[in-house]
Design a protein around this ligand. Structure first.
Ligand code: NAD
Length: 276
């Protein structure tokens, strides 16, 4: 169990909306002060204002997570503002839904930079402070796509598998060092956010279809509560939708029996949405 409680300080990237805003609300509801950050300054200001108006202890910074120097500055400013940092949620992300033969170099780098490299930049910026404090927790938002891949999402699948491996490496190294700093990974299933609307790529038909599916997903505030509860309970792997475990097992079974590709995903959409 981690006891953040009153006086605890969280930093959330991608906090202007969606799951990041859900995590911010859940942390604030536990009495934590939250440094909200996002690249979208307008939405960030609106969301931060509504939480401040509700009496929560909130600060905000416009930060592009692909800028390692800006993340180092954010870590320093958080400590200047609140005196400590207990929790970093590396959550900002984008996606791209495009067949492999149509992905441009630019799009590949953009997704890997925001979804994977930026998680390392966050760890790199905040871990030294946490080690010095002798406490702190590093969380990152991966995905169900860290555990199996969806067609037409190559850079997203690769980045999210990478996030899970990176955060597992962070946790293993911290354990090896017998550190009191800890780590965890959030693996959301479908959550009703605007992720698809902000995706790269131009195919409006696919984008609209996937946005429709996500929109029927879990309330991002519920996902945020599951994330913060999971961290407090000391879980390393945190899942929003245990129903996806079947697809993960199918992949592992195929890999370890005849070495074949996993069966085509036959998502139990109705059950998934009923569990949202
Ligand atoms: N929605 C889902 O179904 C789902 C499922 C699995 C994983 N995820 C992951 O959850 C995380 C949050 O996504 P969401 O669904 O809440 O989507 P969202 O689009 O609502 O939120 C993502 C936020 O990240 C911000 N952002 C994008 N690029 C940035 C950058 N370079 N620097 C700083 N901020 C940036 C956006 O402005 C946005 O506010 C992402 O990592 C996403 O991959 C989402």
């Amino acid at each position: 169990m981690i006891n953040f409680g009153d006086g605890g300080v969280a930093v959330v990237t991608g906090a202007a909306g969606g799951i990041g805003l859900g995590m911010t609300r859940a942390a604030a509801a536990r009495g934590m002060a939250v440094m909200m950050t996002d690249a979208d300054g307008e939405r960030l200001a609106e969301s931060a204002q509504s939480l401040s108006d509700a009496g929560h202890h909130i600060a905000q910074r416009v930060v592009d997570v692909t800028d390692p120097t800006a993340l180092v500055a954010l870590a320093r400013e958080t400590v200047d503002e609140f005196g400590r940092v207990d929790l970093l949620c590396n959550n900002a992300g984008i996606t791209l839904v495009t067949p492999i033969n149509e992905i441009t170099l630019e799009d590949w780098h953009r997704v890997i930079d925001i979804d994977l490299n930026a998680v390392f930049y966050g760890v790199r910026a905040f871990l030294p402070i946490m080690l010095e404090q002798g406490f702190g927790h590093l969380n990152a938002t991966a995905s169900a796509n860290a555990w199996r891949s969806d067609p037409m999402q190559a850079p997203y699948n690769a980045a999210k598998h990478g996030v899970a491996a990176l955060m597992e490496s962070v946790a293993l190294d911290l354990r090896e060092m017998q550190s009191t700093v800890t780590a965890s990974v959030l693996n959301p299933g479908p959550i009703a956010t605007d992720l698809m609307l902000r995706s790269l790529g131009e195919d409006d038909e696919i984008r609209t279809e996937v946005h429709g599916l996500l929109n029927a997903g879990m309330d991002p505030d519920k996902a945020g509560r599951i994330a913060i509860d999971g961290i407090v309970e000391g879980r390393f792997w945190i899942f929003t939708h245990p129903l996806i475990f079947g697809t993960i097992r199918d992949r592992l079974d195929a890999a370890t029996t005849d070495g074949s590709l996993p069966p085509e995903l036959d998502w139990p959409w109705e059950e998934l949405f009923a569990s949202s």
